[in-house]
Design a binder for this molecule. Structure first.
Ligand code: F6P
Length: 366
């Protein structure tokens, strides 16, 4: 048998065409929805490899829900996705602007047109809640995604470790300029209503103070802490503040964006805190907003391991037709759970969480 004929035969065998199992051959769509997170490409690569190597067909849906509504797809081959796990962003594009309310029929018809047997979707709460409303019977496997680490039903979301790494590296780096100029450097992180990124990244960088939404801070106590440090002739400090953190009895800093899916857009608290520190303590201060650098960063090794396992499991669930399930991380292992378990209000930090206690024992103001 020539090499070419062997490969054709092998392909047909792998795809089930030669063994009378053609019906088991599947066409699986894969999409990424909502804001990007480091590791999305790892999910795409791991899930696609697993499916393709079993002889199935993988269709990449472009730009999240938009790709389904507008029938924009690309066929995925092993060659194309090889190595993308190391890159930030998403090979397929994403969108967090597509409105789905009232578009159930349109969505279901558009999905049927794709001819897919099932869909693997990596997304946040918005993606899955949206899908459950417009297509309750969709053959779907989900992978929870957000750098904020605030989804229910999973102990860790991929992208979180990378975001924490960006924060801790910023804290480490900014300590030098803080000390050189005898300043307080304020670092504003993402996270919406959950302080996981500020806490995880701030702790890993041994920030001097970490302010999170779950523990509204006392202005008086914070001022005393800063003044005490200054009296000790500490040269400079680094304070990490989560974007929705607030002082006791005050509101978080945000603007309302009419018509947006997330109409509340946090941001600006770092600048406000920095100015307040300078006015109240006389200690010169500057602020840095890490913003989307926390999302647009090559995934860490931990996130790569996690997405390799989550992506492969998502593909296995799809091959086993275990629809409406999600690949999650619980108690130190990647496992499956009903998709409904990752939907719900944000998973915020218990104010007495062990990481909070660790900060306190290390002398970090929290
Ligand atoms: O939910 C992830 C997140 O990165 C939040 O931490 C942040 O508030 C928000 O997305 C920013 O989203 P956008 O891409 O709309 O600026």
């Amino acid at each position: 048998m020539s090499r070419q004929i062997f490969y054709i035969f092998f392909y047909r065998l792998a795809s089930g065409k030669e063994t009378g199992q053609y019906k088991t051959h599947m066409k699986i769509g894969i999409m990424t929805g909502g804001g990007d997170a480091p590791g999305l490409n790892g999910i795409i690569e791991a899930a696609s490899r697993t499916l393709l190597l079993q002889g199935h067909e993988v269709v990449g849906i472009l730009d999240g829900f938009e790709g389904i509504f507008e029938n924009r797809t690309r066929n995925i081959t092993l060659q194309e996705i090889h190595g993308i796990h190391a890159q930030a962003g998403t090979f397929l594009g994403t969108s967090n602007r597509t409105k789905v309310e009232g578009r159930a029929e349109e969505f279901q018809a558009a999905f049927a047109k794709l001819g897919c047997d099932g869909l693997i979707a990596a997304g946040g709460d918005g993606t899955f809640i949206g899908l459950s409303k417009i297509a309750p019977n969709l053959p779907i496997v989900g992978v929870p995604k957000t750098i904020d680490n605030d989804l229910q039903g999973t102990d860790i979301t991929f992208g979180f470790d990378t975001a924490c790494t960006v924060v801790s590296e910023a804290v480490d780096a900014l300590r030098y300029t803080a000390e050189a100029h005898r300043r307080v450097m304020v670092v504003e992180t993402m996270g919406r209503t959950a302080g996981w990124i500020a806490l995880g990244g701030g702790l890993a960088g041994y920030a001097d103070a970490i302010l999170i939404p779950e523990r509204p801070f006392s202005r008086e106590k914070l001022k005393n802490f800063l003044v005490e440090k200054r009296n000790l002739k500490i040269k400079g400090l680094v304070v990490v503040i989560s974007e929705a953190a607030k002082a006791l009895n005050e509101e978080a800093t945000y603007e309302t964006v009419e018509g947006a899916i997330h109409s509340i857009r946090y941001g600006g608290v770092g600048e406000r805190l920095s100015k307040w520190i300078e006015t109240e303590t006389g200690w010169e201060s500057r602020y840095v907003v890490l913003g989307h650098l926390q999302r647009s960063h090559a995934p860490t090794t931990t996130d790569r391991f996690l997405t390799a396992s989550l992506g492969a499991l998502a593909a296995q669930l799809a091959m086993a037709k275990k629809w409406k399930m999600a690949a999650v991380y619980r108690n130190g292992i990647v496992t499956s759970a009903p998709l409904t378990e990752i939907q719900g209000p944000p998973r915020t930090i218990d104010p007495d969480h062990r990481w909070v206690k660790l900060c306190q024992s290390l002398g970090i103001y929290i």
